[in-house]
Design a protein. Structure first.
Length: 291
């Protein structure tokens, strides 16, 4: 049986920078997957895609304090670095880098999110309204990660749609960085894969799958030619109202012409977004409506 390659565990982003520079000197391409640990099959799907399209794959594990607007959420975030690295070995990741907040963020670590760069139009509304400062914190850490890794293909899931769009916009001004969007990976019930799912009971997971059913109901109407955001939203709200989920929002957006609030005009393209809480766990999901 062939022996698996040894994964390089780099204990600082600065060490990762040196490693990536050495890889490029060999004219090899780099695939990069940024994570906060608590790895699940969704992360693995990004890594597999990176393997398909690059010579080597590097993964970061860093729980970014800047993107948590509530201290209790930061404290509750699952951390098991040893288990994460074991998983990365099984999918032949070439290198993983970890490190302290000081090493990753530098002077940004002590800044308020109001002092960080404006994350742009896609930070408005939905998650931006419910998690003030979140996207500024995400943008800040990803800009640092791109600096350390350098020219690469970087893979992000569509489940965090607003985050993905913000990072894509930022990458347009970052030479050598190409952001690759990847489809949301789902459990058999339709529930989007997430590190937070581990905190749900079996019953909670089953209840949470209604988010996917609600989005499908909007898509069914879309296929019938319904283009009114209000009618499409009503279909989702009807289904969400039958669950134990404490709903925060179920709304539509034009993904090309992003607005803070749900549009009032008929849409030519649309994406549905849902967020809610169950068993003390906050879940988000989204889906493009397709005919």
């Amino acid at each position: 049986m062939p022996k698996r390659p040894v994964i390089q565990h780099l204990t600082s982003p600065q060490a990762a920078q040196q490693w990536c520079d050495a890889i490029r000197e060999k004219n090899q391409t780099i695939g990069f997957v940024a994570t906060m640990g608590a790895l699940h099959p969704g992360h693995i799907s990004l890594i597999n895609r990176a393997h398909e399209e690059n010579d080597v794959v590097i993964v970061s594990i860093f729980v970014n304090p800047l993107q948590f607007n509530r201290v209790e959420d930061l404290e509750k975030y699952p951390r098991d670095e040893a288990s994460d690295i074991e998983q990365l070995v099984t999918v032949d990741v070439n290198a993983v880098f970890t490190g302290s907040p000081e090493a990753f963020l530098g002077e940004s670590r002590d800044k308020n999110t109001e002092e960080l760069a404006d994350p742009g139009i896609y930070a408005q509304g939905l998650e931006g309204a419910h998690r003030p400062g979140h996207f500024a914190g995400v943008r800040e850490v990803v800009s640092k990660l791109f600096h350390f890794v350098g020219p690469c293909r970087s893979y992000f899931g569509e489940k965090d749609y607003q985050q993905l769009q913000i990072i894509k916009k930022m990458a347009e001004n970052t030479p050598g960085i190409r952001v690759i969007p990847c489809p949301t990976l789902r459990e058999r019930s339709g529930l989007a894969r997430s590190s937070r799912n581990a905190r749900l009971s079996d019953q909670g997971r089953q209840q949470a799958s209604i988010i996917f059913k609600a989005m499908q109901s909007a898509n069914a109407l879309w296929r019938q030619g319904v283009r009114s955001p209000q009618l499409l939203q009503h279909a989702m709200l009807e289904i969400m109202g039958t669950s134990d989920i404490e709903l925060e929002y179920a709304e539509l957006r034009d993904p090309i012409n992003w607005t803070r609030r749900q549009p009032e005009y008929d849409l030519q393209q649309a994406r549905v977004f849902v967020a809610g809480n169950i068993e003390g766990v906050r879940l988000i999901d989204n889906m493009a409506l397709k005919s």
